[in-house]
Design a protein around this ligand. Sequence first.
Ligand code: PLP
Length: 364
Amino acid sequence: MHKFIAQMEPWFDKKEADAVYSYMKGGGWVTEFKKTQELEEEICRYTGAKYCVMTNNGTVSLTLALLALVVKPLSEVLVPNLTMIATPNSAVLIGIKPILVDVEKDTLCLDLEKAQRAITKKTKAVIYVSCNGRSDDMRKVTKFCHDNNLLLIEDAAQSLGSFWQGKHLGTFGIIGSFSFSVPKIITTGQGGALVTDDRKLYKKIKRLKDFGRNQGGIDIHDLWGWNFKFTDLQAVIGLEQMKKLKTRVLRKKEIYKKYHQLLSGINEIQFIATDLENTTPWFVDIYVNDPDNLMEYLKKKRIGSRRIYPAISTQKIYKNEYKNQKFTNSEEITSKGLWLPSSSNLTDSDINRIAKTIRKYYNA
Ligand SMILES: Cc1ncc(COP(=O)(O)O)c(C=O)c1O
């Protein structure tokens, strides 16, 4: 019987295990300290951002960004209708209203024309999601925010290793957010990071995430703050994972290219045109008319796959508010989207087997 190929799995080796063991033996504090700072420096070096702050995850980091930028409760933020639920929910957590906007078909990112129509007096920010590492022309995005006096927060949770014209995604706005959850290109189990070039904002975020203190161990609280901190234990894993980022970026691109080569002749399957110079697809996404049937067939052949996120406007918690609104592109894309196995440790022979199985399904 064939081995089961998961849609996604984390990939560690002895390097992470040894690093954790040696850290523990060295009597580290476990909670965030020097190793977290080292990881923040590595993320700055890789993304080109001036400052980085680690957080517990990529949801909290978005909430923290909104708090730091003083986006007040009852304000509105524009959010794409095609994203992980964390994007709008990060705003809801602190009483801010996410306003869902349709996406563009060719990038899966926020449609700026439709966003323009969604602006009201209450709109304060855009949370721009670079879905699967792809983005629009980022000059257009920054100009849109500038012209409309809106803060640009980039949700680059899926975009470590992805650039627009050589500049890392997440570094175009006032602040950018990343996630290190398990399905990401590198992971620390859970984890998030905020990057910014604004020193004052950076300092403020550091206080907000540490109970409002200026310094650990000195319990003076003249600013509201909470505990959104990371741990050095995770940072030790993250530092080892960062060393693998370059090879994983290359492998993710090879994987996407190989699937594309093997499946592009099948009329029933559509790919999104992807600039692999700049984009590192997090997951391999294909668009078909019968994603559920294909998923079921693949499962029988011991191949995992996953439906792409349903449009946010169709989720029970948002549905009522948007029942009279049409989101043509996000609805069509989400009805067709399927993520194929996409782990960086997928072998060429795995991809050949998957492609062969899909060809058989379509009699191609
Ligand atoms: C676009 C997007 N935003 C936010 C998140 C939330 O990140 P986390 O799982 O680290 O909270 C995710 C997670 O997949 C995501 O894909």
